[in-house]
Design a protein around this ligand. Sequence first.
Ligand SMILES: Nc1ncnc2c1ncn2[C@@H]1O[C@H](COP(=O)(O)OP(=O)(O)OP(=O)(O)O)[C@@H](O)[C@H]1O
Length: 268
Amino acid sequence: MVSDILGGITPMSSPIISLNNVSVAYENQPVIQQISGKFSPGSLTAITGPNGAGKSTLLKTIMGELSPSQGSLERHNIPVRSIGYLPQAADIDRQFPITVYETVLLGLWKQAGPFGGISTALAHKAKEALVTVGLKDFERQPISMLSAGQFQRVLFARLLLQNADVIVLDEPFTAIDAQTTKDLIALVMRWHTEGRTVIAVLHDLKQIRDYFPNVLLLARKLIAWGTTKEVLTTANVLKAVQQSESWFGQLEPTLFNQVETPCPVTNY
Ligand SMILES: Nc1ncnc2c1ncn2[C@@H]1O[C@H](COP(=O)(O)OP(=O)(O)OP(=O)(O)O)[C@@H](O)[C@H]1O
């Protein structure tokens, strides 16, 4: 199907990021294989798939942290340093002695450079961003003293300050409370209505169906890429699970424990 190949966009629209037969390997071991498709400007796409499917590897490749072992990935007029990136929480050292306010300002270092000055206007914007994410009185708190949800709010404030046209989020709502998830999803929706391109790795299929118009379903290889309705079919989701099982053996039975929806898998 054309939209599967083109990431749910019409052949006329010009992409912001395109992948041409991209494979990525760790120490010559292929992890993702032969992914082709395009992200259109202003699209809101969830990348989903079982554990170990290669989702974070794909994001790191988009961010230029990994290079394709085969094929090519192009960012069209988007320098990688201008992309807003939220890595997985597990990849961030929270013991670093730094305050909430300083962490938010760090979002600007790629633009300002390590010795770049912070103007009064930017300092004001950093404070405003903290207010927007509900952390008005937290500026001087060390990040080591925050809850997981509060810390994720700080990282979203940092993204707000970056004001990026393309935003890449790796499991932004994992292990955080319901209210924080709701508030941060609202920010993602705001970015979408502002015309920014948002790409997020997510495991919760209901969340994807509720909020994300496009999906890239991955199980080392591309299962499907297009509109959420086209991609998240029972057949595709089960195919992703089966493909992963062929790498990792039987997946957790909890993946199958909610059968009230048409698709037996509700969470990757
Ligand atoms: N630095 C690394 N060196 C070697 N192998 C790695 C490295 N990082 C990831 N892998 C392997 O690559 C595969 C894909 O990992 P990746 O983190 O991209 O998957 P994922 O879909 O994001 O998984 P999860 O949903 O569990 O976060 C896994 O088998 C993982 O063990």
